[in-house]
Design a protein around this ligand. Structure first.
Ligand code: FES
Length: 161
């Protein structure tokens, strides 16, 4: 997934880059998560200081939005759509199968560190439900076999690079 190890200097750059924006807190946190794969605890005081907020306020934002991870993700992230159209196409059953197969719950990473499972609400692929996103790739008409197939490919690509 190409996430970078924590760097206070890089975090400061990202914060500075987004600070002039109105409502800068969310864009900054998104930028930090994109760079580091999660919002590291070390980043919270830096964001608070730059935006003149308390640490608790920044921490509150990170906790409120489920999109933000507080811990580093596994090597691959699978997002399963939980919205209505996908639910009608069996998203609940798929989620149960994926959880059982990989031994993970939502917001959780498998014990081998290979897979993090996250819920998402509509990927814009409603006609091909149940929909999912594995790393950056959108998948449609997903079943457990398809998840296993694509994950194996991502793991193989990772070994080659
Ligand atoms: S409802 Fe699942 S992609 Fe839109």
């Amino acid at each position: 997934m190409g996430v970078m190890p924590w760097s206070a200097a890089r975090a400061a750059e990202l914060i500075e880059q987004h600070r002039p924006q109105a409502g800068a807190c969310l864009p900054i946190l998104h930028a930090l998560q994109e760079e580091f794969g999660h919002v590291p605890a070390e980043a919270v005081p830096l964001v608070a200081q730059a935006l003149n907020l308390s640490r608790a306020e920044v921490h509150g934002v990170v906790s409120f939005y489920h999109d933000f991870r507080k811990t580093a993700p596994g090597r691959h992230v699978l997002k399963l759509c939980r919205a209505e159209a996908c639910q009608a196409m069996g998203a609940d059953a798929l989620a149960a199968q994926v959880k059982a197969r990989f031994g993970v719950d939502f917001h959780d990473t498998s014990a081998d560190g290979k897979l993090t499972l996250e819920p998402v609400f509509c990927l814009g692929n409603c006609a091909c439900g149940p929909a999912a996103m594995l790393d950056e790739r959108i998948l449609g008409r997903v079943d457990l076999t398809k998840v296993e197939f694509h994950l194996a490919r991502h793991l193989a690509d990772e070994r080659q690079s």
